[in-house]
Design a protein around this ligand. Structure first.
Ligand code: UDX
Length: 429
């Protein structure tokens, strides 16, 4: 029979909520603690501070086993396992800012039932070793430590947690590794046990390689444009090689989100700190920065000048299926367009852009059709499925100039041209 564990989860962000909900679903008793009163209030009222498919239902059906609290003591009360799920944003030096991690770890002092700390936050290699000494100094020398990197993607986080490609457990001792492995009983995926530093590296290396695949295909797309090849055909056939695989070969206007930009930069700085310059990864980041700028240049080439041009941005979130605007390419596009003197009109079904630059200078619309009305050009920034259902014939007639830059190669070029669009894609002839 499965053992019900008592778990405290620190941080009610994407990772903390998904982890807490899934552990409760697996039959454990979970207290999620956050320092933000508004977040805790929402969660207690049965609302979600974020959008993630399936998460709300999972929280609701496990409410017997899942509590939310501001109170540290209440969360730690009888917890055997403490999950660290706080954010680790880049600091001024480019290193990950671990202040929230340290504040959680030092607060564990006096937690009498605690058996192990599990690190889900993305941290630099070597953090586990430093954390060990902090735990020892806090009189928690008997408490184990596990580096347990998170590979869930937004939009599919619940499924990714319950049916992962792998669960990575980095630990210095077997008992602790077993305790955390067993906590995952019911999760459908292989558990891989290794040392702490290697586990920390797996996360950074995985995200960097995924980002590399995208930047690579984006560069090939640029070359396709210059040589008349079609990157869609190329990516498809390249991906059929089982050694390469079909995933993360979708060309577009660049990667964004809460992980890739931050983690690739953190890995680059980690290398720099050791005196080694990661050449490949630096190029991967640079290609991604250029990709967003090239998008605006492409429009400029087409329209002549962007001064006074009205441009519609369709989709603002960093990918579809989320409300997340972190490091979204749309922000660079909007900022560049405004800098060129364009008027920016936007549509997105989920995004709530901040009341800051560049969004305060843009106009929001309730539908793609309204956003493109009177526009000189439209850019598909995020491949929301709603955009495949737009009446594009009507959209073309509503626009001042029917120029469509499909930044995600979502639509059929021949069809769009037949409707009268000047169609521009990424790496398509
Ligand atoms: C990613 C990783 O997939 C996940 O394992 C990790 O834990 C966190 O970072 P996420 O940021 O949610 O997850 O999004 P993902 O679906 O991986 O997409 C990242 C970015 O790459 C998006 O901006 C997306 O538009 C872009 N992308 C992805 C491409 O441009 N082309 C592709 O082929 C795939």
């Amino acid at each position: 029979a499965k053992v019900e564990r008592r778990v405290a989860v620190f941080g009610a962000g994407y990772i903390g909520l998904v982890t807490g909900a899934c552990l409760a679903e697996l039959g454990h008793r979970v207290a999620v603690r956050d320092v933000d009163p508004e977040k805790v209030r929402l969660l207690r009222a049965g609302d979600l501070p974020i959008y993630e498919p399936g998460l709300g239902d999972m929280i609701a059906r496990n409410k017997e086993r899942l509590t939310f609290t501001l109170d540290l003591r209440e969360a730690l009360d009888d917890a055997e396992i403490a999950y660290v799920c706080v954010d680790t944003p880049p600091s001024a030096s480019g290193d990950a800012d671990l202040s929230r991690v340290w504040s959680v770890v030092t607060s564990l002092e006096g937690a009498t039932h605690l058996r192990t700390v599990v690190m889900k936050s993305t941290v630099p290699v070597g953090t586990g070793a430093r954390l060990r000494s902090v735990l020892d100094a806090a009189g928690l020398g008997h408490v184990g430590y596990v580096a347990n990197p998170e590979f869930t993607a937004e939009g599919t986080a619940v499924r990714d947690f319950m049916r992962p490609d792998r669960v990575v457990i980095g630990s210095a001792d077997e008992d602790t590794a077993r305790l955390v492995s067993e906590l995952h009983d019911g999760v459908d995926g292989p558990v891989v046990v290794m040392d702490v530093r290697s586990a920390e590296m797996v996360k950074l290396a995985s995200n960097a390689l995924l980002a590399t695949k995208i930047s690579f295909i984006n560069e090939i797309a640029t070359l396709c444009e210059k040589t008349g090849a079609d990157v869609q055909e190329v990516a498809h056939a390249v991906g059929l090689d089982h050694r390469l695989g079909p995933h993360f070969l979708r060309p577009g206007i660049g990667w964004g989100g809460s992980c890739f930009p931050k983690d690739s930069e953190a890995l680059r700085q980690l290398a720099n700190n050791t005196g080694y310059h990661l050449q490949l990864l630096s190029a991967v980041i640079e290609v991604n920065n250029l990709q967003k700028r090239r998008a605006v240049q492409k429009l400029k080439d087409e329209l002549g000048s962007l001064v006074g041009a009205r441009v519609a941005l369709l989709g603002l979130t960093f990918k579809p299926g989320t409300d997340d605007m972190r490091e979204a390419p749309s922000a660079v596009l909007a900022g560049r367009l405004l800098a060129e003197g364009a008027e920016v009109h936007c549509w997105d079904p989920m995004a709530r852009p901040a009341e800051t630059d560049p969004w305060t200078a843009t106009v929001r619309h309730a539908s793609p059709e309204l956003a493109v009305e009177g526009a000189d050009a439209a850019i598909i920034v995020t491949e929301w499925p709603q955009l495949t259902e737009v009446d594009w014939a009507r959209a073309a007639s509503l626009m001042r100039r029917p120029v469509l830059f499909d930044g995600r190669n979502l639509l059929d070029p021949a069809e769009m041209r037949a409707l009268g669009f000047t169609y521009l894609g990424v790496g398509r002839p």
